[in-house]
Design a protein. Sequence first.
Length: 306
Amino acid sequence: MELNKEQIKFLNKYTQGKWTINEKTGLVDIDGNFNCPNENLTDFKGVRFGVVTGYFNCSRNRFTSLEGAPKKVGGYFSCNNNKLTSLEGAPQKVGDDFYCNNNSLTSLEGAPQEVGGRFSCTYNSLTSLVGAPQKVGGRFDCSDNNLTSLEGAPQEVEEDFCCSYNSMKSLVGAPKEVGGDFWCYHNNLTSLEGAPQKVGGRFDCSYNNLTSLEGAPKKVGGDFDCSDNNIKIPKRILKLVIETMLKKKVDYYVALFLNKKDIDKEINKRKKHLEEIERVSVEIDVNLSKDAQKGISMMGRFGHFD
Protein backbone atom coordinates (compact mmCIF):
# COMPACT_ATOMS: atom_id res chain seq x y z
CA MET A 1 0.00 0.00 0.00
CA GLU A 2 1.48 3.33 -1.07
CA LEU A 3 0.45 6.49 0.76
CA ASN A 4 0.12 9.93 -0.76
CA LYS A 5 1.25 13.17 0.90
CA GLU A 6 -2.20 13.91 2.32
CA GLN A 7 -2.42 10.47 3.92
CA ILE A 8 1.08 10.73 5.42
CA LYS A 9 0.23 14.15 6.82
CA PHE A 10 -3.03 12.72 8.22
CA LEU A 11 -1.21 9.86 9.99
CA ASN A 12 1.55 12.10 11.34
CA LYS A 13 -0.97 14.56 12.76
CA TYR A 14 -3.13 12.14 14.71
CA THR A 15 -0.82 9.24 15.59
CA GLN A 16 0.51 9.17 19.13
CA GLY A 17 3.34 6.72 18.75
CA LYS A 18 4.70 5.15 15.57
CA TRP A 19 2.87 4.05 12.44
CA THR A 20 4.17 1.59 9.85
CA ILE A 21 2.87 -0.17 6.77
CA ASN A 22 2.58 -3.90 7.41
CA GLU A 23 4.27 -5.64 4.45
CA LYS A 24 2.11 -8.77 4.82
CA THR A 25 -1.28 -7.11 5.04
CA GLY A 26 -0.61 -3.78 3.32
CA LEU A 27 -2.47 -2.08 6.20
CA VAL A 28 -1.26 0.68 8.52
CA ASP A 29 -0.35 -0.60 11.98
CA ILE A 30 0.15 1.76 14.92
CA ASP A 31 2.27 1.11 17.97
CA GLY A 32 0.46 3.58 20.20
CA ASN A 33 -2.77 5.57 19.83
CA PHE A 34 -4.70 7.25 17.04
CA ASN A 35 -6.63 10.29 18.25
CA CYS A 36 -8.66 12.51 15.88
CA PRO A 37 -11.79 13.77 17.74
CA ASN A 38 -13.53 17.04 16.89
CA GLU A 39 -11.79 17.51 13.54
CA ASN A 40 -14.84 17.67 11.25
CA LEU A 41 -13.61 14.56 9.40
CA THR A 42 -15.84 12.56 7.08
CA ASP A 43 -13.45 9.64 6.41
CA PHE A 44 -9.93 8.29 7.02
CA LYS A 45 -8.53 9.84 3.83
CA GLY A 46 -8.35 6.41 2.20
CA VAL A 47 -6.03 5.02 4.88
CA ARG A 48 -6.80 1.45 5.92
CA PHE A 49 -5.73 0.52 9.44
CA GLY A 50 -4.70 -2.92 10.67
CA VAL A 51 -3.63 -3.27 14.31
CA VAL A 52 -3.55 -0.42 16.84
CA THR A 53 -1.91 -1.37 20.14
CA GLY A 54 -3.39 1.56 22.10
CA TYR A 55 -6.72 3.34 21.76
CA PHE A 56 -8.46 4.61 18.61
CA ASN A 57 -10.65 7.69 18.96
CA CYS A 58 -12.54 9.20 16.02
CA SER A 59 -15.48 10.60 18.00
CA ARG A 60 -17.32 13.89 17.36
CA ASN A 61 -16.77 14.07 13.62
CA ARG A 62 -19.03 13.57 10.58
CA PHE A 63 -18.24 9.96 9.68
CA THR A 64 -21.02 8.10 7.90
CA SER A 65 -18.95 4.91 7.55
CA LEU A 66 -16.16 3.10 9.44
CA GLU A 67 -14.53 1.87 6.24
CA GLY A 68 -10.78 1.71 6.85
CA ALA A 69 -11.06 1.46 10.66
CA PRO A 70 -8.60 -0.91 12.38
CA LYS A 71 -9.19 -4.66 12.48
CA LYS A 72 -7.93 -4.93 16.04
CA VAL A 73 -7.53 -2.38 18.85
CA GLY A 74 -5.66 -3.07 22.08
CA GLY A 75 -7.24 -0.22 24.06
CA TYR A 76 -10.64 1.41 23.67
CA PHE A 77 -12.40 2.31 20.41
CA SER A 78 -14.68 5.35 20.26
CA CYS A 79 -16.78 6.53 17.33
CA ASN A 80 -19.32 8.50 19.43
CA ASN A 81 -21.23 11.47 18.04
CA ASN A 82 -20.90 10.87 14.34
CA LYS A 83 -23.49 10.17 11.62
CA LEU A 84 -23.06 6.42 11.44
CA THR A 85 -25.98 4.27 10.34
CA SER A 86 -23.96 1.03 10.42
CA LEU A 87 -20.99 -0.49 12.26
CA GLU A 88 -19.73 -2.32 9.18
CA GLY A 89 -15.96 -1.87 9.13
CA ALA A 90 -15.61 -1.62 12.93
CA PRO A 91 -12.77 -3.53 14.62
CA GLN A 92 -13.74 -7.12 15.41
CA LYS A 93 -11.57 -7.33 18.50
CA VAL A 94 -11.32 -4.56 21.10
CA GLY A 95 -9.21 -5.02 24.22
CA ASP A 96 -10.99 -2.38 26.31
CA ASP A 97 -14.22 -0.36 25.85
CA PHE A 98 -16.25 0.15 22.65
CA TYR A 99 -18.35 3.32 22.32
CA CYS A 100 -20.73 4.07 19.46
CA ASN A 101 -23.20 6.33 21.33
CA ASN A 102 -25.09 9.22 19.73
CA ASN A 103 -25.19 8.08 16.14
CA SER A 104 -28.04 7.02 13.85
CA LEU A 105 -27.54 3.28 14.14
CA THR A 106 -30.52 1.04 13.44
CA SER A 107 -28.54 -2.19 13.74
CA LEU A 108 -25.43 -3.57 15.47
CA GLU A 109 -24.42 -5.68 12.48
CA GLY A 110 -20.66 -5.33 12.08
CA ALA A 111 -20.01 -4.69 15.80
CA PRO A 112 -16.96 -6.31 17.41
CA GLN A 113 -17.57 -9.84 18.63
CA GLU A 114 -15.01 -9.61 21.40
CA VAL A 115 -14.93 -6.63 23.80
CA GLY A 116 -12.70 -6.69 26.88
CA GLY A 117 -14.34 -3.72 28.60
CA ARG A 118 -17.74 -2.05 28.31
CA PHE A 119 -19.93 -1.84 25.20
CA SER A 120 -22.11 1.26 24.92
CA CYS A 121 -24.56 1.96 22.09
CA THR A 122 -26.90 4.43 23.81
CA TYR A 123 -28.83 7.21 22.06
CA ASN A 124 -29.24 5.58 18.67
CA SER A 125 -32.27 4.29 16.77
CA LEU A 126 -31.72 0.60 17.41
CA THR A 127 -34.72 -1.69 17.05
CA SER A 128 -32.72 -4.89 17.55
CA LEU A 129 -29.52 -6.08 19.26
CA VAL A 130 -28.74 -8.67 16.60
CA GLY A 131 -25.04 -8.36 15.83
CA ALA A 132 -24.03 -7.35 19.37
CA PRO A 133 -20.98 -9.02 20.93
CA GLN A 134 -21.96 -12.17 22.82
CA LYS A 135 -19.35 -11.63 25.51
CA VAL A 136 -18.66 -8.28 27.20
CA GLY A 137 -15.99 -7.86 29.86
CA GLY A 138 -17.54 -4.72 31.37
CA ARG A 139 -20.94 -3.01 31.27
CA PHE A 140 -23.37 -3.44 28.37
CA ASP A 141 -25.52 -0.36 27.86
CA CYS A 142 -28.19 -0.16 25.15
CA SER A 143 -30.49 2.33 26.88
CA ASP A 144 -32.29 5.18 25.08
CA ASN A 145 -33.05 3.37 21.84
CA ASN A 146 -36.19 1.96 20.16
CA LEU A 147 -35.76 -1.64 21.27
CA THR A 148 -38.83 -3.85 21.57
CA SER A 149 -36.90 -6.97 22.64
CA LEU A 150 -33.47 -8.14 23.81
CA GLU A 151 -33.05 -10.66 21.03
CA GLY A 152 -29.36 -10.78 20.09
CA ALA A 153 -28.16 -9.38 23.45
CA PRO A 154 -24.82 -10.61 24.83
CA GLN A 155 -25.13 -13.75 26.94
CA GLU A 156 -22.06 -13.07 29.08
CA VAL A 157 -21.83 -9.69 30.81
CA GLU A 158 -19.32 -9.39 33.63
CA GLU A 159 -20.58 -6.05 34.99
CA ASP A 160 -23.86 -4.10 34.57
CA PHE A 161 -26.55 -4.61 31.93
CA CYS A 162 -28.67 -1.55 31.15
CA CYS A 163 -31.62 -1.55 28.72
CA SER A 164 -33.69 1.29 30.22
CA TYR A 165 -35.69 3.86 28.24
CA ASN A 166 -36.75 1.57 25.42
CA SER A 167 -40.11 0.10 24.37
CA MET A 168 -39.75 -3.50 25.52
CA LYS A 169 -42.68 -5.58 26.77
CA SER A 170 -40.59 -8.54 27.94
CA LEU A 171 -36.97 -9.41 28.76
CA VAL A 172 -36.73 -12.49 26.56
CA GLY A 173 -33.20 -12.61 25.16
CA ALA A 174 -31.49 -11.22 28.28
CA PRO A 175 -28.45 -13.08 29.66
CA LYS A 176 -29.20 -15.69 32.34
CA GLU A 177 -26.64 -14.17 34.65
CA VAL A 178 -25.24 -10.64 35.09
CA GLY A 179 -22.20 -9.84 37.22
CA GLY A 180 -23.32 -6.34 38.25
CA ASP A 181 -26.62 -4.41 38.17
CA PHE A 182 -29.52 -5.07 35.81
CA TRP A 183 -31.55 -1.99 34.87
CA CYS A 184 -34.71 -2.25 32.77
CA TYR A 185 -36.69 0.68 34.19
CA HIS A 186 -38.80 2.98 31.99
CA ASN A 187 -39.95 0.44 29.42
CA ASN A 188 -43.37 -1.06 28.64
CA LEU A 189 -42.75 -4.33 30.45
CA THR A 190 -45.86 -6.33 31.28
CA SER A 191 -43.84 -9.36 32.37
CA LEU A 192 -40.39 -10.22 33.72
CA GLU A 193 -40.26 -13.34 31.58
CA GLY A 194 -36.71 -13.81 30.32
CA ALA A 195 -35.08 -11.79 33.13
CA PRO A 196 -31.67 -13.00 34.32
CA GLN A 197 -32.02 -15.46 37.18
CA LYS A 198 -28.85 -14.31 38.91
CA VAL A 199 -27.90 -10.64 39.31
CA GLY A 200 -24.75 -9.74 41.21
CA GLY A 201 -25.87 -6.19 42.06
CA ARG A 202 -29.12 -4.22 41.94
CA PHE A 203 -32.23 -5.24 39.97
CA ASP A 204 -34.38 -2.29 38.89
CA CYS A 205 -37.60 -2.84 36.94
CA SER A 206 -39.38 0.31 38.12
CA TYR A 207 -41.62 2.48 35.91
CA ASN A 208 -43.14 -0.28 33.80
CA ASN A 209 -46.57 -1.91 33.45
CA LEU A 210 -45.92 -5.01 35.55
CA THR A 211 -48.85 -6.63 37.34
CA SER A 212 -46.75 -9.37 38.98
CA LEU A 213 -43.13 -10.36 39.55
CA GLU A 214 -43.40 -13.71 37.82
CA GLY A 215 -40.07 -14.48 36.09
CA ALA A 216 -38.02 -12.25 38.42
CA PRO A 217 -34.43 -13.22 39.34
CA LYS A 218 -33.93 -15.91 41.97
CA LYS A 219 -30.81 -14.23 43.30
CA VAL A 220 -30.05 -10.50 43.58
CA GLY A 221 -26.93 -9.23 45.32
CA GLY A 222 -28.18 -5.65 45.81
CA ASP A 223 -31.53 -3.83 46.03
CA PHE A 224 -34.66 -5.03 44.23
CA ASP A 225 -36.74 -2.09 42.96
CA CYS A 226 -40.13 -2.74 41.36
CA SER A 227 -41.77 0.56 42.30
CA ASP A 228 -44.15 2.50 40.01
CA ASN A 229 -45.80 -0.50 38.38
CA ASN A 230 -49.34 -1.93 38.50
CA ILE A 231 -48.68 -4.58 41.15
CA LYS A 232 -51.76 -4.48 43.40
CA ILE A 233 -50.08 -5.57 46.62
CA PRO A 234 -49.37 -3.39 49.69
CA LYS A 235 -45.73 -2.34 49.90
CA ARG A 236 -45.15 -4.18 53.19
CA ILE A 237 -46.40 -7.47 51.73
CA LEU A 238 -44.57 -6.92 48.45
CA LYS A 239 -41.33 -6.46 50.39
CA LEU A 240 -41.95 -9.77 52.19
CA VAL A 241 -42.68 -11.52 48.90
CA ILE A 242 -39.48 -10.21 47.29
CA GLU A 243 -37.42 -11.23 50.32
CA THR A 244 -38.95 -14.71 50.19
CA MET A 245 -38.26 -15.04 46.46
CA LEU A 246 -34.60 -14.17 46.92
CA LYS A 247 -33.99 -16.04 50.17
CA LYS A 248 -35.73 -19.27 49.23
CA LYS A 249 -35.07 -18.96 45.47
CA VAL A 250 -38.71 -19.53 44.55
CA ASP A 251 -40.89 -17.85 41.96
CA TYR A 252 -43.43 -15.10 42.55
CA TYR A 253 -46.54 -17.24 43.08
CA VAL A 254 -44.80 -19.65 45.47
CA ALA A 255 -43.59 -16.63 47.45
CA LEU A 256 -47.18 -15.33 47.61
CA PHE A 257 -48.35 -18.70 48.96
CA LEU A 258 -45.59 -18.79 51.58
CA ASN A 259 -46.71 -15.37 52.81
CA LYS A 260 -50.41 -16.23 52.76
CA LYS A 261 -50.93 -15.59 56.51
CA ASP A 262 -49.52 -12.07 56.28
CA ILE A 263 -51.54 -11.38 53.14
CA ASP A 264 -54.75 -12.56 54.87
CA LYS A 265 -53.99 -10.34 57.87
CA GLU A 266 -53.49 -7.36 55.56
CA ILE A 267 -56.77 -8.09 53.77
CA ASN A 268 -58.66 -8.27 57.07
CA LYS A 269 -56.95 -5.10 58.28
CA ARG A 270 -57.93 -3.24 55.14
CA LYS A 271 -61.46 -4.66 55.30
CA LYS A 272 -61.91 -3.29 58.84
CA HIS A 273 -60.43 0.02 57.68
CA LEU A 274 -62.94 0.19 54.83
CA GLU A 275 -65.79 -0.63 57.20
CA GLU A 276 -64.70 2.24 59.48
CA ILE A 277 -64.57 4.64 56.53
CA GLU A 278 -68.06 3.56 55.50
CA ARG A 279 -69.39 4.06 59.06
CA VAL A 280 -67.92 7.59 59.30
CA SER A 281 -69.26 8.40 55.85
CA VAL A 282 -72.78 7.44 56.92
CA GLU A 283 -72.51 9.64 60.05
CA ILE A 284 -71.42 12.57 57.92
CA ASP A 285 -74.36 12.05 55.59
CA VAL A 286 -76.76 11.90 58.55
CA ASN A 287 -75.33 15.08 60.11
CA LEU A 288 -75.43 16.87 56.77
CA SER A 289 -79.04 15.80 56.40
CA LYS A 290 -79.88 17.21 59.84
CA ASP A 291 -78.16 20.51 58.98
CA ALA A 292 -79.99 20.59 55.69
CA GLN A 293 -83.31 20.11 57.49
CA LYS A 294 -82.49 23.02 59.80
CA GLY A 295 -81.58 25.16 56.82
CA ILE A 296 -84.85 24.36 55.08
CA SER A 297 -86.78 25.21 58.27
CA MET A 298 -84.95 28.55 58.60
CA MET A 299 -85.50 29.38 54.97
CA GLY A 300 -89.21 28.78 55.46
CA ARG A 301 -89.19 31.10 58.45
CA PHE A 302 -87.05 33.95 57.09
CA GLY A 303 -87.36 33.57 53.34
CA HIS A 304 -84.71 32.82 50.65
CA PHE A 305 -81.12 34.03 50.97
CA ASP A 306 -79.40 35.82 48.06
